[in-house]
Each structure stands twice: as C-alpha cells, then as structure tokens.
Design a protein around this ligand. Structure first.
Ligand code: AMP
Ligand code: MG
Length: 290
C-alpha cells in the first residue's frame, strides 16, 4: 500500500496555501512506471476500483450476516465549484456496486431544514450499516459558504467547529469510518472549467451564474477551507487534501484513500450460518416438489 494517505493528510502545521493543486504526491516517478503518468494512473484506477468493489461487498455481506455490526464507510467530498466532486463520485464511487452506495448531495437548505439545527439534515442522510455513503458537499458548508457569504453571524459558525468534532466522534462511535476529502483546484483551473461548461451546450446544466459570484470570494473561501480543515482534522476523522487540477491524479488518490480506510476496517466475508456440505447434498439429492 502506498503512502498516499500520509502525504495528503491534514496534520499539525498544515497550510492550505502550501498545497499545489497541480501536484501529484505519492505518484511514482515517470521512469519507474515507464509510461505517461496519466495512462499509468488510469490503469491503476481499474485495479483499485476492483479492490474497492470487493471491500464494499464484504462490508455489505458483514452487515447482512450480523445485524449487530453497525460498520459503514462515509466519504465526504468538499470542493470549490468545478472542483470535481461529481466526477469523483462517477469515477471512484462508480467502481462499486450501486446497491451498496448511498449518495447524497447537499444544496442550500430548504425552509424545513432551516428550522432545524445544521446537523439535522446530515443525520438523516447517513448511510445505514453495511453501506458506503458519499456526501457531495456536507455539514462543512455550514462553516464555508455560510461564513464567506455571511449567512450566519461569526459566533454561530465559530461554535460549529467543536460541534462538528463532537458529531464526528459520535459517528465514529456508531461504526462510521469517515474519509473526508477536499478536492483542491486552482483559481486558473476553475476558470478553465467554467469556460468549458459555457462552450459546450451539453454542460450548460452544470453551470450556474452563482458560481461566478462565489469565484469573487476565492480568497475568503480558501481561508474558510483552511480553518475548517485545520480545526476538524482529528485522529478519528482526518481531513485529506487531494490536489485536483489533474483529474486522473484526483481519482487515483481518492481511490487510495478509500481503500486505505476500508483496509483499516479489517473486513472479511462472513462465514456461512448454515452447513454448506449439507445444503449441497440437499440440492444434489433433490427436494421433492410438493
Ligand atoms: P452544487 O453542488 O453545484 O449542486 O451547488 C450546491 C450549492 O448549495 C452550492 O453553492 C453550495 O454552497 C450551496 N450550499 C450547500 N450547503 C449549503 C448551506 N448549508 N447553506 C448555504 N448554501 C449551501
Ligand atoms: Mg455547481
């Protein structure tokens, strides 16, 4: 297993501004893989994806065999607009059986959601035991967009960092393995991707004029991201920053992070709760039809 998780993890002395969005930490040197890194990473993703699918199946099977086993995995994706959240869901989560996935996107809260605490809608969206959850945006929006666009006073969003840490501790106690990933793109890459969306009529649906408004707040968002990652990267629920200007690196790295988390769960296929030998006999001998 590679050292990708270690390289991308938010730890002491972290500075978001020091992370190069075009970087490829952990990727072997070109001369060792003997092909162009993009081709290599795409090939590797096929293998990583197959491993993720197996892990997810073992998780699903475990919960089915033992209702007391509450384990599940939750991938939390955060990024600026055009950061690649949808692409990551498609390319990385898409390697696993859709039946075992629980994917939820979070937009601006509805009137009902606003009547509750900010974690209310998050609780309701959690994956059930045995499932792999994916959050496309999350409770972190409540310390990001809410802070930057001044949707709540400072004392409110400041109090949310410890609340989030307590909440994530509760999740860990309830069997949830969290993998929190910020897809980090550059200002220039966001411009390229926004313009691409406007050039291609099949991508218009992904575009929102509000994205350009948010772009004007770029430095404030970077600061808000830095603080959220620095305050809420804990041993139980660490944050990872994945350089995401290169989509092939992004997918490869996120697949690694998920696989690392799965391996920490030590999953296995559950033993049969019946006697396979006896069942084989019953089938071979034939049961008389009634
Ligand atoms: P998208 O991910 O492109 O569908 O956009 C969803 C939008 O919803 C983004 O602009 C988010 O910032 C916004 N959003 C998500 N959660 C919240 C929240 N808690 N408060 C305000 N806006 C939010
Ligand atoms: Mg969007």
């Amino acid at each position: 297993m590679s050292n990708v998780p270690e390289l991308l993890r938010v730890g002491t002395g972290f500075a978001l501004s020091a992370v190069d969005p075009a970087g490829t930490p952990g990727l072997p040197e070109k001369k060792t893989v003997r092909k162009d890194p993009k081709t290599w990473a795409r090939e590797q993703l096929v293998d990583l994806g197959a491993q993720l699918a197996t892990q997810q199946e073992m998780l699903f099977a475990t919960a089915k065999a033992d209702p007391k086993d509450k384990r599940r995995l939750l991938l939390v994706l955060q990024a600026m607009d055009c950061g690649g959240k949808d692409g990551t869901v498609k390319k990385v989560a898409g390697t696993m059986n859709p039946q075992g996935l629980h994917i939820v996107g979070f937009g601006p809260p509805t009137a009902t959601e606003l009547r509750h605490d900010f974690l209310w809608r998050i609780h309701r969206a959690l994956p059930k035991p045995g499932l792999v959850g994916v959050f496309n945006r999350s409770h972190y929006e409540d310390v990001l967009v809410v802070r930057v666009r001044k949707l709540a006073p400072k004392r409110v969003w400041l109090s949310r960092y410890p609340q989030i840490n307590d909440f994530e501790q509760e999740l860990a106690d309830a069997g949830v393995t969290l993998v929190k990933v910020m897809l980090h793109i550059s200002f220039e890459e966001q411009q390229r991707r926004l313009l691409e969306r406007l050039r291609d009529p099949t991508k218009f649906w992904k575009y929102s004029p509000a994205d350009v408004d948010n772009r004007a707040y770029w430095p404030a968002y970077q600061e808000a991201y830095h603080d959220a990652l620095a305050h809420c990267s804990t041993d139980l629920a660490p944050w990872y920053v994945v350089p995401a200007d290169r989509k092939w690196y992004r997918d490869w790295a996120v697949a690694h992070l998920m696989l690392h988390a799965f391996k920490g769960m030590n999953l296995q296929y559950p033993p049969a709760n019946f006697d396979p030998q006896r069942e084989r006999q019953r089938i071979e001998e034939g049961v008389s039809q009634t």
